[in-house]
Ligand binder design. Structure first.
Ligand code: FES
Length: 354
């Protein structure tokens, strides 16, 4: 077993594991260090420098998210110099974009907004002219407003490392630097799969979910965990409900497996069917060539009678059952059990095999 690393953090003696960063160790020991570009599921890039701390004998402050711990380190996370540096960094980020919180969809869950408040910054001392990008609303799922982008690169890493779609990257230089698909295309004109991971990880209001625009503030939203029904993977998702309506779907991060907070395009954006007027809400029985609405009892009695007639006349193998990946494992188990034990046939299959 690797030997422990002994260090001090804010005067406390701490044991750490080799390979851990200062940020990892701080978190493990209940010491808060603010972050913005850090995203635990992706590589650390040290882009924002919000997480700086003082390390004795280091030439300058270090980004705690990227710096591995070493024996004897003396780390200070809460000095005036650290806070001054963090304030300056956050002020510059605030100044260099058009962060109009009043209309921003991210208001209430914006990590930059939270940091500004936490660092008690009244207003930025600088004013850097916004590049004046036109907001992108050319698709029905994801909106982009690059005037709010802080270039943390979380979306780029989520796209390339979590979903491995490799659509987003940085382009241009200096104050014109921006993130997006190749050749400065909009999302719809690119190879984007619309998994929505970029919007999910964006800490500010630069990439947001279009369906949720003006559909309810974060503090009004009730999150209900459920299992996605689009396929058999069993992804855990949170239905974001406002006034009885699902306005957004986000990956559930606390449950872990199997999706660890990520979703695909269907799970993330395929919510329109819920309230669609064409949606079937009752069983239909064909009577005289016409599909007629029926109650559940009537429909189940009808199916049972038909099954029984066919089985009695032609034997159980005259019946076959095909189940769906949109059902849960448990439902599929019950279905095959029903076909084998109740009907008496092994003629059972599943759409995922086709
Ligand atoms: Fe460490 Fe951004 S969070 S540099």
């Amino acid at each position: 077993m690797d030997r422990k690393i002994l260090l001090t953090m804010d005067g406390r003696d701490i044991e750490a594991n080799p390979g851990q960063t200062i940020l990892d160790v701080a978190k493990e020991n209940g010491i808060f260090i603010p972050t913005l570009c850090h995203y635990a599921k992706t590589t650390n890039v040290g882009a924002c420098r919000v997480c700086v701390v003082e390390v004795k004998n280091a030439r300058s402050m270090v980004a705690s998210c990227c710096m591995p711990v070493s024996p004897g380190m003396e780390i200070k996370t809460d000095t005036k110099a650290v806070r001054d540096a963090q304030r300056l960094i956050v002020e510059l980020l605030w100044s260099s974009g058009d962060h109009n919180c009043l209309t921003c969809e991210q208001n209430g869950t914006c990590e930059l907004q939270d940091l500004i408040y936490w660092l008690k910054i009244e207003e930025p001392r600088f004013k850097i002219e916004s590049p004046g990008y036109a907001p992108e609303n050319t698709n029905t799922m994801i909106s982009r407003d690059l005037n709010k982008c802080i270039l943390c690169g979380r979306c780029v890493r989520a796209c390339n490392e979590i979903q491995v779609n490799e659509i987003l990257d940085f382009s241009m230089r200096g104050s014109r630097a921006k993130v997006g698909p190749a050749f400065d295309s909009d999302y719809i004109g690119s190879e984007c799969f619309f998994c929505g991971e970029c919007a999910d990880v964006c800490p500010v209001g630069a990439i947001t979910f279009r369906q949720a625009r003006f559909a309810g503030r974060p503090w009004e939203i009730k999150k209900i965990r459920t299992t996605c029904t689009y396929c058999g993977v069993g992804c855990q998702m949170d239905l974001n409900v406002h006034q009885g309506k699902i306005v957004k779907v986000s990956g559930n991060r606390s449950y872990g497996e199997p999706n660890d907070g990520s979703l695909c395009v269907k799970g993330r954006f395929g919510i329109d069917f819920m309230d669609h007027p064409d949606r079937l809400k009752t069983p239909l029985i064909r009577k005289k060539g016409e599909l007629v609405e029926a109650g559940w009892d009537e429909a189940l009695d009808y199916i049972a009678a038909k099954f029984k007639t066919i089985r009695d006349q032609d034997g159980p193998d005259a019946l076959a059952g095909l189940s769906s990946a949109r059902c849960t494992n448990e439902e599929n188990y019950l279905f095959q059990k029903f076909m084998r034990a109740a009907i008496g046939t092994n003629n059972v299959d599943h759409c995922a095999r086709l």
